[in-house]
Write a protein of this length. Structure first.
Length: 362
């Protein structure tokens, strides 16, 4: 069996990590890993042995007993393995079994104290670490966890986008909030970022479309939960898929490249982009003009003692614009968030005019 070059693997695109949510038995772990390895599409095996569950009373992981099973996966299939650690103790125990990579789970990323303790425990090692986004939509916590690892001298750190917990979200188990992952990527362009479509989806039939969406957004890879017998899984059973189904999904995905190598195609794209740039310039000019009018309205309201917001007028604008937008092929959701941003800024400007006597005019 060829020796695993983890450094090369960390830089491989796409990087595909798969394996069960939890290690349950040696047979389940090895049986799943063998099928995943046979597919030749999976680069790394994952399994949780300590499971941070939101509520008590369900399977919380097999514990240290599972670590030798993961070593057997590596010996018998050649797949390197990664495992989640949520405390210093777990990190120390895991390191004794030479994992190829560790990951920090969403509930742990939300706790800077714990992240710091784990970062301290990893200091001086050359461990590879992936950090899941925190369970709540808070980029600073995610960024903080990344910084804590980097400051501890851990050079090989990557990120996993697994969606965010929001109250009342129905379609997904965890709302993808793609814009947050995109922003994290913009801030850290050189850091590996993979997507975990499994936890975003929460159910099997969404995994393929969420994976394709991640690829279309140029993620560096995927982490997908796969179990030899998902219906009998002790954790996350609704979202785990068999290695066979995983293979089908991976075969069906269209991997796009960031840039074309064809000069003709690049030129065509460049022309379209310059149209977009031109339109963006025009939109900005118009927005600037709109805000100057808002300042004048602010002044008028101040002089005549009129409230800044009139809910009736705001409803009227919303309805009218949503209607017009629909005729132009623009979705009501887009029109609503666009108007909320513009209208919110308009209110801020009027506030400044009324209370600080300022206008944005230069
Ligand atoms: C997991 O990967 O099984 C897991 C517990 O994930 P998360 O931390 O994203 O909930
Ligand atoms: Mn899971």
């Amino acid at each position: 069996m060829t020796k695993i070059n983890i450094d090369e693997l960390f830089r491989k695109r796409p990087l595909i990590i798969a394996g069960p949510c939890s290690a349950e038995t040696e047979e389940q772990v090895l049986g799943t890993a063998k099928l995943l390895a046979e597919s030749k599409k999976v680069d790394m095996f994952r399994a949780g042995i300590w499971k941070p569950r939101t509520r008590p009373g369900s399977f919380e992981g097999i514990g240290i007993e599972g670590l030798p099973w993961l070593q057997k996966v590596r010996e018998q299939t050649g797949l390197p393995f990664c495992v989640e650690v949520a405390t210093t103790k777990q990190a120390e125990l895991a390191l004794a079994f030479s994992p190829d990579m560790l990951w920090i789970g969403a509930r742990t990323t939300a706790s800077p104290v714990t992240v710091q303790e784990i970062a301290d425990a990893l200091k001086g090692t050359d461990t590879y670490v992936l950090i899941k986004n925190p369970i709540n939509p808070e980029l600073e916590l995610w960024t903080g966890a990344l910084e804590r690892m980097l400051r501890s001298g851990i050079k090989n750190v990557g990120l996993i986008h697994r969606g965010f917990s929001v109250y009342g979200n129905m379609e997904y188990r965890y709302a993808p909030m793609w814009h947050l992952a995109i922003e994290m990527r913009r801030r850290n362009p050189d850091v590996l970022m993979i997507c975990d479509p499994t936890h975003i989806s929460g159910k099997r039939d969404l995994i393929q479309s969420v994976s394709q969406h991640a690829i279309d957004l140029d993620f560096d890879g995927l982490m997908i939960e796969s179990h030899i017998d998902p219906d009998c899984a002790l954790t996350d059973k609704n979202q785990q898929i068999t290695p066979g189904r995983l293979n089908e999904i991976l075969n069906s995905l269209i991997w796009r490249k960031e840039k074309s190598t064809e000069p003709q195609q690049n030129l065509a794209l460049q022309q379209l982009r310059s149209q977009i740039d031109q339109i963006d310039d025009e939109l900005l000019q118009l927005l600037g003009r709109r805000m100057s009018v808002a300042d004048k309205i602010g002044l008028f309201k101040k002089e005549n003692n009129i409230t800044i917001l009139q809910p009736e007028r705001w409803n009227e604008i919303l309805e009218k614009e949503i209607d017009k937008g629909a005729k132009l092929g623009l979705s009501p959701e887009f029109i609503k968030s666009y108007l909320e941003a513009v209208h919110g800024e308009s209110i801020n400007r009027q506030n400044s005019v009324i209370y600080e006597g300022k206008t944005g005019n230069k």
